[in-house]
Design a binder for this molecule. Structure first.
Ligand SMILES: [Ca+2]
Length: 190
């Protein structure tokens, strides 16, 4: 282009995304959240680097709108309502199913901890298992008292897409009640 002229850009976000950041020569010159942005460089007399970053639109609890729309054909608006609801009544709200990688309209697809009594090396133990999904990290916790509510981490593992099984020897706690909890978190940037 001739020196001294202006150059205009039109940034168009795809569905369920928005333009978020514009950098010029490595410096942020615009931030916001719009689906369409007109940006102009005027009086251009030298070489410039222009970068535009787009982000996904997030509903309640950081649930991506595109994921909600892909999960149910009618979920194309009221995204917060859908994210916070429990459409399949499996006890897990839709936003949590996004984190867990389960399907929010299929009650059979849900993160659930299964327990079984087993014996390991001649002593009582409990076998805990659950289905995992890739891209998630699972923490298994136990406590002997909901009153104290002090949870101890038993294991931490990455999801593979298969079942994960952990055998917890009961040891001296064999005679006490023991509770277990499994937490899941989404690993970002994968
Ligand atoms: Ca659900």
């Amino acid at each position: 282009m001739p020196v001294g002229e202006s150059l205009g850009f039109t940034l168009l976000a795809s569905n369920y995304h928005h333009a978020a950041i514009v950098d010029l020569d490595g410096v942020t010159v615009w931030t916001g959240a719009v689906t369409r942005l007109e940006y102009a460089l005027s009086n251009v007399v030298s070489r410039h680097g222009f970068d535009a970053s787009f982000r996904e639109n997030l509903a309640a609890n950081d649930t991506p709108e595109w994921w909600l729309a892909s999960a149910h054909p009618a979920w194309t608006n009221a995204f917060d309502v859908h994210a916070l609801g429990d459409y399949d009544a499996d006890g897990m709200p839709t936003w949590a199913e996004y984190v867990a990688g389960t399907h929010p309209t299929n009650a059979a697809d849900v993160l659930r901890l299964h327990l079984a009594s087993v014996t390991t090396n001649g002593t009582p133990a409990v076998a805990l298992s659950w289905k995992t999904r890739a891209g998630r990290t699972y923490g298994l916790y136990t406590t002997t008292s909901l009153v104290e509510n002090t949870w101890h981490e038993v294991s931490r593992t990455g999801g593979t897409g298969g079942a994960h099984r952990h055998v917890d020897p009961l040891g001296n706690g064999a005679g006490k009640g023991r509770l277990y909890r499994v937490d899941v978190s989404l690993r970002k940037n994968q």
